[in-house]
Design a binder for this molecule. Sequence first.
Ligand code: GRF
Length: 190
Amino acid sequence: MVCRVVVLVSGTGTLLQSLLEAGAEPGAEFLVVAVGSERADAFGLERAKRAGVPSFVVPMLTDRAEWDRRLTAATAEHHPDLIVSAGFMKLVGPAFLARFGGRFINSHPALLPSFPGMHGVRDALAAGVKVSGTTIFMVDEGVDTGRILAQRAVDVRPDDTEATLHERIKVVERELLVQVVTELAKESHV
Ligand code: GRF
């Protein structure tokens, strides 16, 4: 049985695109069955549409617990084996983690545990590190604190800006994410 993957996005969704393409390859270990977002204008939703994959939007609410329950229910409708946060910029809450903990992974554009949070690339540059990279990890209740599954390093160049460094990290991030999802998918049907 192929591993059913739901991907959550907030932005342009280039990581999502890599997963959509890899999952559509003949003999792929996984399939992206739905894409979710908290933003109706996330370009990732358009990518899902173009790939013929269903999508759902759960707009953020002032009642965060209610939002968390709605996100959990909307995700559960697609019966995922694995959920991937691919540039999803919101922290999920207890309901989501109770249901999907241990099968919800995230990708971060820095080498955790260094530079967690929203500005991993900017913070790494500001610290003057010569090497940064990407981390794929299992999401827990903390901010980028979950168990590390894989990491890959990217050299920082002297003339790097946040944008140039982030772009180079994302090239590596896309490949690593597909690799980790493939490995987890294999494990999920042994
Ligand atoms: C990635 O670098 C991810 O780690 C970060 O946001 C970026 C998403 O890029 N949280 P995209 O929207 O998939 O292009």
